[in-house]
Design a protein around this ligand. Structure first.
Ligand SMILES: [Zn+2]
Length: 243
């Protein structure tokens, strides 16, 4: 039996059982085992790991075979570090994240979502289109194909938005109300005459500027829901900027 000690830092500790949240775990294992296999056996999906260092030998790759007695340091991404993620970030969200998807699109982020997509499709899309996979499913993030990804800690969509904006430091790319919440298509300015027949009377009387989605034809205007969303986005952005 071989033994190795793992030090996990920052948000990577969220994957450990409560009694191990201090971040130091000793593992016993047999045979040749890669550091990827052992780290993921602790619950940590590889896309959240920025780098791994073995004490005495410096950074190692995921294929490193862990030796008896080694101490392995596992580091998360830190906001502001040089990240390998696509810029501006593009996302694909799992089928439980409909509200988060709408928020991200309304902030201007290209986000794919389809409640019918299964894990293999989600992993394939993330890899093929260099998208960041957002999910509540840790197992999905552990698929080898997935390069960029994040496990949502929170259950409430507003909290999830806060997490994503802070983790990926999205504030520099935000373009509010430029993308369709329903289908992800960039919105276009449209003259009132062109959409007037599709508006409720009150809206027709009180609003003069409209955008519409050329794909699904949905019409957007700066109503009270937009005011509420602007307030939410501002709160989330202010918090992210504070680190
Ligand atoms: Zn649309």
């Amino acid at each position: 039996m071989k033994r190795a000690r793992f030090h996990l830092y920052g948000p990577l500790r969220d994957f450990l059982p409560r009694e191990q949240r201090h971040g130091i775990v000793e593992l016993a294992f047999r045979g040749p085992q890669t550091v990827k296999h052992l780290v993921e056996s602790l619950g940590v999906p590889h896309p959240e790991v920025a780098r791994i260092e073995v004490q005495g030998r410096g950074p190692v790759s995921w294929k490193h075979l862990v030796e008896d007695g080694e101490t392995v340091h596992v580091y998360p991404y830190r906001p502001g570090e040089a990240w390998p993620f696509p810029h501006p970030p593009r996302f694909v969200a799992d089928g439980h994240l409909g509200r988060l998807t709408a928020y991200l699109r309304l902030m201007g982020f290209d986000t794919l979502y389809n409640a019918a997509w299964e894990d293999p499709q989600l992993a394939h899309l993330a890899a093929a289109e260099e998208r960041i996979l957002l999910t509540r499913d840790q197992g999905l993030l552990k698929r080898n194909q997935v390069r960029f990804g994040y496990w949502l800690r929170a259950l409430r969509p507003e909290e999830q938005l806060r997490e994503v904006v802070r983790y990926f430091q999205l504030q520099r790319w935000v373009q509010p109300f430029r993308r369709c919440a329903k289908c992800n298509t960039p919105l276009e300015e449209v003259a009132k005459e062109q959409v007037a027949h599709r508006l409720p009377e009150y809206i027709r009387l009180h609003h003069h500027h409209f955008r519409h989605c050329p794909q699904c034809q949905r019409v957007y205007w700066a109503g009270s829901h937009v005011t509420r969303l602007q307030a939410l986005f501002q709160r989330v952005l202010d918090e992210a900027a504070q680190g």
